[in-house]
Design a binder for this molecule. Structure first.
Ligand SMILES: C[S@@+](CC[C@H](N)C(=O)[O-])C[C@H]1O[C@@H](n2cnc3c(N)ncnc32)[C@H](O)[C@@H]1O
Length: 316
């Protein structure tokens, strides 16, 4: 493919990604499109973008207009579905809330650090392959579901403490064709109902969505999980929760699986440098060091590339 066509294909793909992930219109690459259209002699690119977003080849049915009118007359929904395309051609589809904070939690939307951590994991899948992963503060599951679909972990323990977040997380795990370990008793029933779910369950990782509150979880509960790798995204944002998070990290770094402590990776957006420094100081106080993990090379998802996201590997 010639470079101009390749560039146009890439731009079209970015419009598609933005559309499927429910990004705000202002986040679409309009400036690049304008530039491309000015230098392009035909309208093929525009046609491609339009075809990806609306069926322009067929006349919409009257029934569709009726359904649309019904929807518009209903109260505005507080949740939506977003799809994040994976390099494998598969995608992670999530039910998310439209508000950044709802039900008193930040956990019902996907944050940029979760997308960053998923991208990094996909590029470093050997760290996750055939290992048991614990994710702290999973929220609604983007990072974990992307890892389960692309990195071949042996087992994946999603965790959070907020009951609405856990409910939505479990719904999203199902939505992506996985079965939770707690449901494997219903195996036969699910098999007859949903063949695809059954197939993924037999081949895929053992998946758990655990209620795990950093304020109350015990050392024994953590060491029973026998995890090889611990990850978390955007859990360093509130100085008030930092000390309980540090105490969990301390207990985890003192635990051993097959004689070795788990590898721990924490990704976060540095919104307030004071919160970041407090986290580092508190880590130092309990004897945990860290190193900044070099950024990955491939940007797969749409998020603000200028936001200050850091990934730390903790060193016990
Ligand atoms: C900003 S959200 C990040 C969610 C997800 N990791 C992401 O990046 O999209 C922070 C998450 O930490 C969870 N959290 C906060 N305090 C917690 C605690 N004490 N125990 C367990 N999870 C907690 C919240 O419920 C929420 O899901």
């Amino acid at each position: 493919m010639d470079p101009a066509a390749e560039e146009a294909r890439h731009l079209g793909l970015r419009f598609q990604q933005g559309f499927l992930a429910g990004r705000r219109l202002s986040a679409f690459p309009w400036a690049e499109l304008e530039k491309k259209l000015k230098s392009s002699s035909d309208a093929l690119l525009l046609l491609d973008i339009l075809q990806k977003h609306e069926s322009i080849a067929t006349e919409p049915l009257d029934e569709l207009y009726d359904v649309l009118a019904d929807i518009l007359n209903k109260e505005e929904s507080t949740t939506c579905y977003k799809s994040y395309l994976l390099p494998t051609g598969d995608s992670v589809t999530l039910s998310e809330t439209v508000a950044i904070i709802s039900q008193g939690t930040t956990g019902l939307v996907t944050w940029d650090a979760a997308l960053y951590l998923a991208e990094w994991a996909i590029e470093n899948s050997a760290i996750f392959s055939n290992r048991t992963i614990l994710e702290l503060g999973s929220g609604i599951g983007l990072t974990g579901i992307a890892i389960c679909k692309t990195c071949n972990p042996k087992a994946y323990v999603f965790s959070d403490y907020h009951h609405c977040v856990l409910e939505q997380l479990r719904e999203n795990i199902h939505l992506n064709g996985f079965v939770l370990e707690s449901e494997t008793g219903n195996h036969t029933k699910m098999q007859s109902q949903n063949q695809r779910t059954e197939v993924m369950d037999l081949q895929g990782p053992k998946i758990t969505a655990a209620e795990l509150d950093w304020d109350s979880v015990t050392k024994e509960q953590l060491s029973q999980l026998q995890v090889d790798v611990v990850i978390a995204a955007d859990v360093v944002y509130d100085p008030q929760i930092t000390s309980s998070l540090i105490s969990v990290l301390q207990q985890l770094s003192a635990s051993k699986t097959a004689g070795k402590p788990p590898e721990i990776y924490i990704a976060f957006t540095v919104r307030n440098p004071d919160t970041y420094h407090l986290f580092q100081t508190e880590l130092g106080k309990v004897g945990i060091g860290w190193q900044v993990v070099p950024t990955h090379t491939k940007n797969l998802f749409l998020y603000d590339l200028h936001s200050n996201i850091t990934l730390l590997k903790l060193l016990a």
